[in-house]
Design a protein around this ligand. Sequence first.
Ligand SMILES: NC(=O)c1ccc[n+]([C@@H]2O[C@H](COP(=O)([O-])OP(=O)(O)OC[C@H]3O[C@@H](n4cnc5c(N)ncnc54)[C@H](OP(=O)(O)O)[C@@H]3O)[C@@H](O)[C@H]2O)c1
Length: 247
Amino acid sequence: MKYAIVTGVSKGLGESIAKLFMDLNIHVIGLSRSVNKQLENHGDLFTHISCDLANVDTLDSVCDEISDIIFSEETTTIYLVNNAATVEPIDQSMHIKTADLTKHVKLNTIAPMAITNYFLQKTTEKGLQLISVAITSGAAEKPSYGWSAYCSTKASLNMYIKTAALEQEELATGHKVIAFSPGIMDTDMQEKIRSSSEDAFADVEQFKGFKDQNLLKDTDLVGGVVVDILMDDDVENGKIYHVRNYI
Ligand SMILES: NC(=O)c1ccc[n+]([C@@H]2O[C@H](COP(=O)([O-])OP(=O)(O)OC[C@H]3O[C@@H](n4cnc5c(N)ncnc54)[C@H](OP(=O)(O)O)[C@@H]3O)[C@@H](O)[C@H]2O)c1
């Protein structure tokens, strides 16, 4: 039996990835604050755990709850998709409040690192393989005026992936830890970006243009690439995969 843990499952890319896993008969444990009724309709293949991933003090107990479900005699493989993130606060760095920055870093960096660390340890203990992806962004590699938080957390996530993967290679655990950069997709996150003022986000007109010119990709299409990469026996530990090389 195979399980996939997907964070940010209620909408956008996370919802698409969850649906695609279930089409392959893989059980999904989905994490988000709100519920997605359509995913709930998949019955036994879907379990939702409501949680705020920015609340890092509860992360270990959420992971314990997941462990109680996924580890059994019949379990063969665990997939982990760290997808939940926020682009906010969008503003000039000097205007960003420390409380907002803290919440952002907890959700975008600490949660995916802590969840991956937890399941690397647990799957090693149980003698199972972990195949894990963190959804990153082109913002990790390119500064954008107004995105100091988002560019920084995605960049640190990339370095975490490379470092954790290096360790797994040295330890010869067989675990795979990769990142995937999905490009621009038609989701609520893009709506938030388009609603920024030009003072806060200098490239806002360009992003409005992406929508008007139909350049935002469909999440089902992008999710298909993510799932295909995770299923590939030759998945390359520590690699930052880019959607542009696939579609
Ligand atoms: N959209 C793009 O163009 C784009 C481009 C590059 C990279 N990405 C990356 O792709 C991934 C998915 O983005 P998306 O566009 O699908 O985002 P989205 O539509 O905004 O969805 C975000 C998901 O994360 C969950 N989430 C947000 N805050 C949370 C919290 N505190 N605790 C638990 N769950 C939380 C949301 O669920 P709840 O609100 O129910 O909690 C939702 O399911 C992100 O990592 C993003 O950085 C997106």
